[in-house]
Design a protein around this ligand. Structure first.
Ligand SMILES: *[C@@H]1O[C@H](CO)[C@@H](O)[C@H](O)[C@H]1NC(C)=O
Ligand SMILES: *[C@@H]1O[C@H](CO)[C@@H](O)[C@H](O)[C@H]1NC(C)=O
Length: 405
């Protein structure tokens, strides 16, 4: 009797696992139809459903898991491999990816960044990033260096984040082998590249406080509030312990306690990015794959690399001696900012106007920056800063002059 029961249980569970093996959750990207302009969510949903196989009515199964309207054009559905292959033949299908589960693999970064007391306290916390008191803040030798090889008119790198000798641990012994032998059922490595995860975490926290900010505004807030010096006021160093320039450290080291309240931001909307892509000679189809927008090159104003509204300026002494920037007021409604420029002796730049007056939040003001004097810089880049200073805020953007690009 016992044997029989066990047998039937086995049978049952093997049936379960075989049906699991055939149905998988997929995320499917589709192209919105070029000809029909779908306006309401119901129409779009019906269009997505048209990709599904004829649903097996007798099982009453619903295959659609989720339909996307904002992040992408497509849906998530439970499908067999054969069904995906059938779907791939339909017009408008772009790709299908099996869904994957990502687990949080860290617990201590928030402490490190002074975020352990929860979101509300973070703002008033004075801790920020802890960057050693005794050692000068030094950029690792292996950290990527500028200038930007593809678009030299856009400063790269952007920003420094903590990232050296950070321990990273995960459960289980899979993945690459431990640096440290362990029999504890977890894996550990040091020297993992953690700068990007730190910056992304900070960006996510800014987004939580300012849900309406664009990625460009968040990046701007992170960059303009950063520190070019360490906590003791000493310049950040390169690996040879000489002061680091912007091609080594980006604008400086992230300062998490300041990023939520930057005063002004350099915003870039989707239209600007599309204009930038067109200036690089992308086709309509390529722009669609990147942006999800059906746009036409002929209707978009090209935006060159130096015109893209980034919180940094890279001049080319030969090709680009004037650039415009636009700032958006996200600080105090009524506020006045005065410009402060600090450039080395071999160069001089002029800013017009020199004062920006704001009367309300989200008001935008533009200014023009031009090189007035630049001695031959072919052997050396010139690095300086432009600061918009109000009684409460300092909005710092780097200026770099290179010979040409
Ligand atoms: C934009 O730039 C691309 C690439 O340089 C060029 O082919 C295109 O004609 C430009 N479009 C306009 C409207 O100037
Ligand atoms: C910058 O702004 C000035 C004044 O509004 C304008 O005349 C000029 O064409 C702009 N330059 C660029 C590159 O957009």
């Amino acid at each position: 009797m016992k044997m029989l029961l066990l047998f039937s249980l086995l049978l049952f569970s093997s049936q379960l696992s075989s049906s699991k093996a055939t149905l998988t959750d997929y995320i499917i990207d589709v192209h919105p139809p070029m000809s029909v302009k779908l306006t309401n969510q119901k129409d779009i949903q019906a269009y997505y459903y048209s990709f599904l196989p004829k649903i097996v009515a007798h099982t009453g199964e619903t295959r659609m898991i989720h339909t996307y309207f904002h992040a992408m054009s497509g849906f998530a559905a439970r499908l067999t491999e054969n069904e995906v292959n059938e779907m791939a033949k339909k017009k408008g299908f772009l790709r299908a990816r099996p869904s994957r589960v990502f687990n949080l693999l860290t617990t201590h970064t928030p402490d490190f960044l002074g975020l352990q007391t929860g979101f509300g306290l973070w703002k008033s916390s004075e801790m920020g990033t802890i960057i050693g008191k005794s050692e000068p803040l030094t950029v690792a030798a292996f950290s990527s260096r500028g200038p930007n090889s593809l678009h030299p008119g856009i400063l790269k790198p952007d920003i420094l984040g903590p990232g050296v000798n950070i321990l990273s641990a995960w459960l289980g012994l899979d993945g690459s082998p431990s640096d440290v032998p362990t029999n504890e059922g977890f894996n550990i490595m040091s020297g993992t590249s953690m700068s990007t995860p730190h910056l992304i975490g900070i960006a996510a926290l800014v987004k939580q406080i300012h849900p309406d900010w664009t990625p460009a505004a968040i990046k701007s807030a992170i960059m303009t509030t950063s520190m070019a010096e360490d906590h003791d006021g000493k310049p950040i160093k390169n690996e040879q312990l000489h002061p680091a320039d912007f091609f080594v450290m980006g604008v400086g080291h992230v300062n998490p306690s300041k990023v939520v309240d930057p005063g002004l931001v350099f915003d870039i909307d989707k239209k600007d990015y599309i204009g930038f892509l067109y200036s690089l000679d992308y086709t309509d189809e390529q722009v669609y794959i990147i942006t999800g927008d059906n746009v036409q090159c002929s209707k978009i104003h090209n935006i060159s690399q130096s015109e893209l509204n980034c919180p940094a300026i890279v001049f080319s002494r030969k090709q680009c001696v004037t650039v415009n920037r636009t700032v958006t007021n996200v600080g105090e409604a009524m506020s006045t900012y005065k410009v402060e420029i600090d450039m080395p002796d071999e160069a001089m730049v002029k800013v017009v106007p020199t004062v920006l007056e704001f009367n309300k939040l989200n008001e935008k003001k533009s200014y023009m920056v031009s090189i007035v004097k630049s001695n031959d810089v072919s052997k050396k880049h010139v690095h300086g800063n432009l600061r918009w200073v109000s009684h409460k805020y300092i909005v710092r953007t780097p200026i770099v002059i290179v010979d040409h690009y």
